[in-house]
Design a protein around this ligand. Structure first.
Ligand code: SF4
Length: 308
């Protein structure tokens, strides 16, 4: 497999460190470097870990979510929201470390909770739970999720987890590479001198301890490792419940060798199958691949109720 890494800094308008490339420049850049047999890769001019995961979930869902702007529905649930708020706290924390700033726990916690609150108030991101629960139940779930978020971020800083990752090189850094001429774009949570880290914050939103066996081979880390040539690790962040703190681990580090099952050839085979199908305009319903569909937010358009 031929890997080519592209220096995105050349294509970033502001040239500021840590700035992500604009959507337009990324599309242009990806098309310029696409030397594969596929004219327009994926729905965005490049592939990403999330686009491949979405395709594997259901090609028809991929079509609605990525290729049909009229249909796309942006939905959020509290678990996702918890996850992005936790990520925000980690981003702020590690950026401060990179700038040698003093770490003040309350400040990091406020970033997380303010971000959480803003998300709750975003009219363009309807919460699943808001529609499915009574108002009082919704408030209760929000309260518990927020409490867990605070406990988790506080404990992360108190335990000095941030001092255990080694020298920090990049935080929330985007990259573009081509694999056999196919452009791949991604954003890495944290790059240190010895590894790359992907936080799986949301997995702890309900205070549930994850086991290694619960985690499938991960596409994100596979692509990150290809770009950075470094071993990757999940950091599963578990909020200790208020009562039995000692039973829970705050951070479970799960390394590549513990779980990763993708071989290069298998990954590329999935990728080529996907791109061939997209190019031919075939978006098979999920049932045809996995043997069952429980419906999704596009089920009315898809005309599938509970099976395919
Ligand atoms: S309803 Fe099922 S088959 Fe249709 S898009 Fe959703 S997941 Fe796919």
């Amino acid at each position: 497999m031929e890997i080519k890494r592209i220096d995105l800094n050349k294509y970033k308008a502001s040239g500021k460190e840590g700035h992500k490339i604009s959507k337009e420049s990324l599309l242009e850049c990806a098309q310029m470097h696409n030397t594969s047999e596929y004219e327009y890769v994926g729905g965005e001019g490049y592939l990403s870990p999330s686009s491949i995961k979405t395709w594997m979930k259901c090609p028809r869902f991929f079509y609605y979510d990525k290729l049909d702007p009229d249909l796309k529905v942006r939905r959020v649930n509290l678990k996702m929201h918890y996850g992005s708020s936790g990520h925000k706290a980690m981003e702020i924390l590690y950026k401060k470390i990179m700038k040698n700033e003093v770490i003040i726990k309350d400040e990091i916690v406020s970033y997380a909770t303010d971000y959480y609150q803003r998300g709750l108030e975003d009219p363009e991101a309807p919460m699943d739970e808001k529609e499915n629960l009574q108002a009082s139940e919704f408030d209760e779930v929000v309260g518990t999720t927020k409490d867990n978020l605070v406990i988790c971020v506080e404990a992360y800083v108190d335990n000095k987890e941030h001092e255990k990752v080694g020298q920090i090189l990049n935080v929330e850094q985007d990259f573009l590479m081509t694999l056999d001429g196919i452009p791949f774009y991604g954003i890495v949570d944290l790059e240190t001198s010895s590894k790359i880290v992907d936080f799986k914050f949301a997995q702890g939103s309900a205070g549930v301890q994850m086991r290694k066996s619960d985690i499938p081979g991960d596409i994100q880390l596979w692509t990150y490792e290809k770009n950075y040539s470094k071993p990757g690790a999940f950091n599963i962040i578990i909020p200790p419940p208020k009562t039995k703190r000692s039973d829970r681990q705050l951070v479970t580090e799960i390394c590549r060798t513990d779980y990763l099952t993708w071989a290069d050839e298998d990954f590329m085979e999935v990728t080529h199958d996907m791109l061939r199908e997209i190019q031919a305009g075939r978006f098979t319903k999920r049932g045809a691949i996995t043997g069952g569909c429980q419906g999704c937010r596009y089920k009315e358009s898809c005309n599938v109720k509970h099976s395919c």
